[in-house]
Design a protein around this ligand. Structure first.
Ligand SMILES: [Zn+2]
Length: 459
């Protein structure tokens, strides 16, 4: 690329020559960041798409989450249409539930429900809850970027003018200037190894705005992949919106990660710049614990009980590049990104526990979106047995998971179902399974003698 930049063909002239050299320079910078830094690593989070497939129940839950959140970050995506103004298509809002855990909402403006429907009004209410809360909403730039979105009738221009938007881009520049004055390498010998990173020395003029990518590179020493900037964010990113093949799923995942990462990198700045105050260290463990998310209402489970179904759900082969960007939607974020201070206070045992738990919840999110629930199952059913029985009943499942309630000590079985349209049929077919009665029946058949207990423990 560098060679190309130095040798732009003479056929390119004037404006097109400028554009060509600008796009090459961008590519060169992307390449430089990509080869210098590790890919950007977000903090743990979950993600919801908001569109016409989002259920009323989910929207109500989200409204709850949003009400209890303290801060928000916001970003938008638009698409370019030849000879026309940019079309606004996505609004990404991140709700910071605790300091290290957040929920990302991607509002797909081209796939909203029809106006005046119940779900449309719920989405509108959700936006109102966020915008009218007077809680700070951090954006990388001016609130103007939201103005084109008023055409979707989810909020008005007046509403925007009253919302507590905070320009993080300006705050970042200000802080960078304060904390990075020009250093001449002659001051002390130890400074010789450090290049000066004052704005002038890194080639930024005093009135030039910082791109999010530059800020991530210089402040976080990570590479925020910007190669998808000009993509079609209007295609419908939620896999629920249409039937997709693997390639289409991966493309949408990539764009989703891209859209979410802008919010997630702002969150990292809020912490790094100490705009979000860190909670007292004594509560550190509970703060980073994903179980704090009340709307998820996940019962304590041990990770040993959770087993993905390997035979029917082969992991798709992913190129290394995709694999990195896929981290965005997982909880599997290394704990090393936490403040070192906090990190040391957790014993390795504790860290492992948290990690396991995060992984378990992550799996549950992936597999149990559509699930059959069996309460109070007989505890003699092993995972292997359960799977065999499900296969006998021709239930196509992703994974099974057994959780033990810490209060009642009863076991609940969750079965993640592949095809949500079959869930009712499955439910009818399986409602008598996994009770004590069922267990005894199988056993008596197998061993050819009758068990004494016939109590049915299924409620
Ligand atoms: Zn300098």
């Amino acid at each position: 690329i560098k060679w190309k930049l130095d040798n732009i063909p003479s056929t390119y002239t004037g404006k097109s020559r400028q554009n060509y050299s600008k796009s090459l320079r961008k590519k060169l910078k992307e390449h430089h960041y990509a080869s210098t830094y590790q890919p950007f690593t977000p903090l743990p989070h979950t993600l919801h798409y908001i569109n016409r497939t989002t259920s009323e129940e989910t929207l109500n839950q989200i409204n709850q989450t949003v009400t209890t959140s303290l801060y928000f970050t916001l970003d938008t995506e638009s698409i370019q249409i030849r000879q026309r103004k940019n079309k606004p298509v996505l609004i990404q809002i991140q709700a910071l539930v605790s300091h290290h855990f957040s929920v990302i909402f991607i509002f797909e403006m081209c796939h909203l429900p029809r106006e005046h429907t119940t779900t449309f009004n719920l989405i509108k209410n959700l936006i109102t809850t966020i915008f009218n809360s007077s809680k700070p909403i951090y954006i990388w730039g001016e609130r103007d970027e939201l103005t084109p979105f008023v055409i979707y009738n989810l909020f008005s221009a007046t509403q925007l003018s009253l919302t507590n938007f905070q320009n993080l881009q300006d705050k970042f520049k200000e802080q960078w200037q304060q904390q990075h004055p020009h250093i001449t390498s002659t001051i002390s010998s130890s400074d010789l190894t450090h290049e000066c990173v004052c704005e002038k020395c890194i080639g930024k003029s005093s009135h030039e705005l910082w791109s999010l990518q530059d800020a991530v590179s210089y402040e976080l020493k990570e590479w925020l992949d910007k190669r998808s900037t000009m993509s079609y964010f209007n295609i419908g990113l939620d896999p629920q919106l249409s039937q997709l093949n693997l390639k289409e799923q991966q493309d949408r995942q990539k764009l989703t990660n891209y859209a979410a990462n802008d919010c997630l990198s702002m969150q990292r700045f809020l912490i790094k710049m100490q705009i979000i105050t860190i909670a007292p260290t004594t509560t550190t463990t509970t703060n980073i614990h994903p179980s704090n998310i009340n709307h998820e209402n996940i019962e304590p489970i041990s990770s040993d009980d959770s087993e993905p179904e390997p035979e029917r759900e082969p992991e798709p082969e992913i190129e290394p590049e995709e694999q990195q960007s896929q981290r965005t939607v997982t909880f599997n974020t290394p704990l090393s990104i936490l403040e070192p201070k906090k990190h040391e206070q957790l014993s390795s045992e504790e860290r492992k526990k948290i990690h396991n738990r995060i992984c378990t919840i992550k799996q549950r999110h992936r597999y149990y979106r559509h699930e059959l629930t069996f309460r109070d199952i007989d505890r003699r059913f092993t995972i292997r047995k359960i799977k065999n029985i499900l296969r006998q009943y021709d239930i196509s499942f992703y994974a099974v998971n057994v959780s033990t309630s810490s209060t009642t000590n009863t076991k609940t079985l969750y079965v993640g179902i592949r095809d949500p349209s079959l869930i009712q049929a499955y439910d009818q077919r399986t409602c008598m399974l996994f009770s004590t009665h069922h267990y005894n029946k199988i056993n008596s058949r197998q061993r050819r003698y009758h068990s004494s207990s016939h109590s049915n423990r299924r409620h």
